[in-house]
Each structure stands twice: as C-alpha cells, then as structure tokens.
Ligand binder design. Structure first.
Ligand SMILES: NC(=O)C1=CN([C@@H]2O[C@H](COP(=O)(O)OP(=O)(O)OC[C@H]3O[C@@H](n4cnc5c(N)ncnc54)[C@H](OP(=O)(O)O)[C@@H]3O)[C@@H](O)[C@H]2O)C=CC1
Ligand SMILES: CC(=O)N[C@@H](CCC(=O)OP(=O)(O)O)C(=O)O
Length: 352
C-alpha cells in the first residue's frame, strides 16, 4: 500500500534494464512510491532475485500483467517493453485514468504509417496515438506538462537531437548535409541474451550496424523536419562499442554562413539551452566523454568548426539508460505532475 502523501507508480517491464534503472531512480524520488512491478517470464519472482543488490530497498514480487490491478494501484505507469506491446496496453490504462510513459517506440511517431513501415507492426490504437507527446523535454516541455501519454525518445535520437536542435531551429546549417556517427554501449540492446552482445563477440572490437536502415533514422528525421518545417533526410550510422553504458553521437553538417566560428556557436547553444539544466555546453576545445554522463540525466555537448570544410562538428554524450531512457521518462513524469523537472534525477557521474 502506497503512503498517502506519495504518488503510486508502477513499472511494466520491471525486470529489464530500463525497469531496473526506473526502480533505482524512483526509489530516490521524494514524491513517489513504487506500488507495482510487472513482467512476463519473470512474473512470480521476487524483483530482488533478479537484482540482489536492491534486497534492502525493494520487497516486491514481479506480477503478471493485469491492467485492472495496475490502474487500481497506480496513478503513473511506466512501460519498459519491447516495441509493439505498449500500444495494446496504453489505451486501457489511459481510459482508466493513469498517466503513461512508454519507453518503447510505439508512441514516438506522429505518423503511424512511418512506424508501421519501419517497425513492421500493425496498430489499432490510432486515436490514442494522436494524444501522445514526444518526450524530449528540452524541445516539448509545455506539451509534456499537459499530456497523459508520453512516447519517450530512443537513446540515439536523444543524444543526436540535442546536438542538432539549435543548428536546425536557428537555420544555421543545410539540413540535407547532416551526417550522424554514433556509438553505443551494449546495454542499449537490453537484457535479453543476444549473440552479438556476448563478451567474446563485443569486447576488443568496434563495428557499425543498421547502416542506412536503422529504425532510429525516421525518428530523428521526424523531429528535424519539424524544427525546420520541411522534410529532412539524414545519414545515420550507429556502432556497437565495447562498454556497458553510454552513447557518443558525433554530428556533421555544412554551415550556411562559413564565417561562423566556434565561439558564436557556443553562445547560441548556451542561449538555446538556458532553461534546460540537464544539457551542459562545454567550453572552447573541450569534447565530451561518455563517462562524464554515466549514471546521470545529463547530456554533455562539445562544438567545433572546421574552417577548411565549412562544417560544424557537434559531439553529444549521454548515458543511454538514463537521459536516453529511464531518466528522461522520470524527467517527463516530473513535468506531467507539475513538479520540478529535475526532481530525483542524478546530476553527478561516478567518473572516473
Ligand atoms: N536499453 C536502452 O538503452 C534503451 C531501450 N529503450 C527501449 O525501452 C524498452 C525496454 O528496453 P530494455 O529495458 O532495454 O529491455 P529489456 O530487454 O532489458 O527488458 C524488456 C522487458 O520487457 C518484458 N517483456 C518482454 N516481452 C514481454 C511480453 N510479451 N509481455 C510482457 N512483458 C514482456 C520483459 O519481462 P520478462 O523479463 O519478465 O520477460 C522485460 O521486463 C524497449 O522498447 C527498448 O527499445 C529505449 C531507450 C534506450
Ligand atoms: C546497442 C543497441 O543495440 N542499441 C539499440 C537501441 C536501443 C533503443 O533505444 O531502442 P528503441 O528505439 O527500440 O527504444 C539498437 O540499436 O537497437
């Protein structure tokens, strides 16, 4: 039973990496209490049998998913499920009065045909999907505050869009020249066993995947297009790098004004993000390291201009499981509930 003065929250998909990060963050959040943990193959197990280090903090079983039970117990529900499942769950929870934050791709797309084309899944929840807001607070803070349903961005799109938004919004680059080269740690692939994530496969190696067809491409393009009010196509190449947490996204684009220098851009970025306490613009010549963001909800951004090529290079580092996933969802919950956006969210990494 939740304390009367705290808001009861639930997590469906609690056994996964997103789920355990949510548990960690919500345990430290002053306004909420975890009232429900749901799962599939893990249902019936104690949560701490999967994550024993939390034995002294959590005494809940993972339950089979019963939406009546979830809605009776919880005001806010996080969905940390594989793509294509939240769309069968969110409409019922919303109808029962819950606020819903979905970590998957199901509610990220304004145009469901784009989702269906890239994710190869049918949808019967068009009316619910229309109500969803893209959960990137630095761009959509006001809409998130008013929403009952958030489609939390993917990890690569979060890092990339925070790097690109000031350039696109202020018309500083040729949008069709954007190239995104991004690297992710293996936790980005989730907790389910996959051969390419084995230590023997992933360690001591670096390689691209999803070249010219990664499903985060249309997600990035959707928001870029909205920022410049014209259709944008980007070149996005993700890489798997042998570390557990973190994403570094390096973005290249041609400047419209070749006279712009690094100092100008740093000033523009600082102004753009002046109300966004989680985005840290680095001073001259400092480039971000993923480790600085580890365990935090921060995004570090470094900026450089190459006067020889006329290109700007922006480097953006986040923790894929926090600003790229669970932390961003908590940031959105704070806005939906009218709380300080930063409540309960870590801002200091465990670097080095
Ligand atoms: N990892 C990352 O960096 C990021 C991930 N995301 C997205 O967040 C979501 C969760 O990702 P992540 O935490 O990494 O995933 P995991 O693979 O670690 O966890 C998936 C969770 O979904 C549950 N689940 C799987 N199948 C079903 C089912 N049929 N019915 C009910 N529950 C089911 C699992 O439960 P059980 O164990 O009980 O079977 C588990 O709790 C995904 O959509 C992912 O794409 C978004 C941004 C970043
Ligand atoms: C390293 C790795 O495998 N990363 C995942 C991205 C995780 C993520 O954010 O995916 P969703 O859009 O499904 O939420 C991938 O490339 O598929």
């Amino acid at each position: 039973m939740a304390h009367l003065d705290k808001i009861a929250v639930g997590i469906i998909g609690a056994s996964g990496y997103g789920g355990v990060q949510l548990v960690r963050l919500l345990l430290e959040h002053p306004e909420v209490e975890i009232a429900y943990l749901g799962g599939d193959s893990s249902a019936g197990k104690k949560f701490t049998s999967l994550y024993p280090h939390l034995t002294h903090r959590v005494d809940l079983d993972i339950e089979k998913i019963d939406l009546d039970v979830v809605a009776n117990r919880c005001k806010v529900v996080f969905l940390g499920l594989p793509n294509g499942l939240a769309c069968n769950i969110a409409p019922t929870l919303i109808a029962k009065g819950c606020k819903v934050l979905d970590l998957s791709a199901d509610y990220r797309f304004r145009d469901l045909d784009t989702y269906i084309a890239w994710y190869k899944k049918e949808r019967a929840d068009g009316e619910t999907a229309k109500k969803a807001v893209y959960g990137l607070p630095e761009l959509y803070r006001n809409q998130i505050e008013q929403s009952l349903l958030i489609g939390c961005p993917g990890c690569y799109p979060t890092a990339t869009l925070l790097a690109l938004s000031p350039l696109l919004k202020q018309g500083l680059i040729e949008p069709e020249t954007v190239i995104i080269d991004a690297k992710s740690g293996t936790s980005g692939g989730g907790r389910q066993a996959k051969t390419n994530m084995l230590l023997a496969e992933a360690d001591n190696s670096l390689g691209a995947y999803g070249v010219a067809n990664h499903r985060h491409t249309p997600e990035i393009e959707q928001i870029c297009s909205e920022l410049v009010r014209q259709e944008v196509r980007v070149q996005f190449t993700p890489h798997l790098i042998p570390m557990v947490r973190g994403i570094l996204s390096t973005v290249y684009a041609t400047l419209r004004d070749p006279g712009l220098v690094r100092d100008d851009l740093i000033t523009i970025y600082n102004a753009f993000y002046r109300s966004s306490s989680f985005v840290k613009i680095l001073p001259n010549g400092i480039y971000p390291q993923t480790k600085w963001a580890c365990g935090t909800n921060l995004c570090y951004i470094g900026i450089e201009v190459d006067p020889r090529t006329g290109r700007v290079i922006v480097m953006s580092a986040i923790d894929n499981l926090i600003k790229g996933q669970a932390g961003q969802a908590v940031q959105c919950m704070n806005l939906m509930m009218g709380w300080d956006e930063a409540l309960g969210l870590p801002q200091l990494s465990f670097y080095p």
